[in-house]
Design a protein around this ligand. Structure first.
Ligand SMILES: Nc1ccn([C@@H]2O[C@H](COP(=O)(O)OP(=O)(O)OP(=O)(O)O)[C@@H](O)[C@H]2O)c(=O)n1
Ligand SMILES: C[C@](O)(CO)[C@H](O)COP(=O)(O)O
Length: 233
């Protein structure tokens, strides 16, 4: 059940328009990055955290790790131009055949129960992803005109963490690098190597903080969790 986790945190958060890496923004006076890292600090199955960072954030992030007593960060590695490059820079440094998770630093609301179900699935199939059923109707379009409505029953909104046996993840990244393929998640690279990827149903709360309005959703999720705690849930 033990796993290591790669946390890409080397983005610039351009769509958040905060003028700095969105991971340094605070939710209830704690930086987003720390909210995310605390989940893995608290999960006893997490053996080590590997953080991909931007050189410009290095000092600030190191300071935060000390301030909040984050102990499981085993390596800090400079990321690359795209998220995928940041993950690859870390994957290359890891050893063994165990389960490795990749989790966006910008998803602070993932829960330990979901991580455990994800890891269990990856132990069976070699790869698994968290996802939720699509709620919207999705259409394809050409130059602003609808060309097709996609069958919703088979559509999932994909989240992180995503879990893989390390050799499978490494092979997929090496192949993508050789073929100059850039995908928006790690599973899309594994799909190209014909890996079987199990979908594990997650929670709609596990949002990625991407644009400014996501901060309002984040506040609502934190409120809901506080209320739950007060009621002893
Ligand atoms: N070159 C990059 C780009 C992104 N990420 C990380 O990947 C996660 C998901 O990416 P996204 O939400 O797109 O973050 P940003 O790239 O920071 O945002 P934007 O695209 O709006 O600039 C984030 O934790 C981000 O820090 C990364 O490690 N390296
Ligand atoms: C990996 C991911 O969070 C899964 O939903 C997503 O694909 C990242 O994409 P983005 O382009 O960085 O928002």
């Amino acid at each position: 059940m033990g796993y290591e986790v790669i946390i890409p945190a080397a983005g610039q958060g351009k769509r958040m328009e905060a003028g700095k890496n969105k991971l340094l923004l605070e939710l209830r006076e704690v930086p987003v990055l720390i909210h995310t890292l605390k989940v893995f600090e608290q999960d006893r199955n997490c053996k080590a955290v590997h953080l991909a960072i931007h050189p410009d954030d290095e000092q600030e992030m190191k300071k935060l790790l000390r301030k909040y007593g984050i102990k499981k960060v085993a390596s800090l590695i400079y990321g690359g131009k795209e998220r995928q490059h940041s993950v690859y820079h870390v994957v290359k440094e890891l050893n063994g055949e165990g389960i490795v998770l990749v989790h966006d630093a910008a998803r602070p609301f993932v829960e330990i129960d979901a991580i455990s179900r994800l890891v269990e699935a990856a132990e069976e199939t070699g790869a698994s992803i968290l996802a939720v059923p699509m709620k919207d109707t999705v259409k394809k379009a050409n130059e602003g005109l609808v060309s097709e409505t996609v069958e919703r029953a088979s559509l999932w909104s994909v989240q992180t963490p995503q879990a893989f046996r390390l050799p499978m993840l490494l092979d997929a990244h090496e192949r993508a690098a050789r073929e100059s393929y850039v995908g928006t998640d790690d599973a899309s690279l594994v799909e190209r190597t014909n890996g079987n990827i199990k979908i594990v149903e997650g929670s709609y709360d596990n949002i990625k903080l991407t644009t400014p309005e996501d901060l309002y959703f984040a506040e609502a999720i934190m409120n809901k969790r506080m209320q739950g705690k007060k009621k002893g849930k």
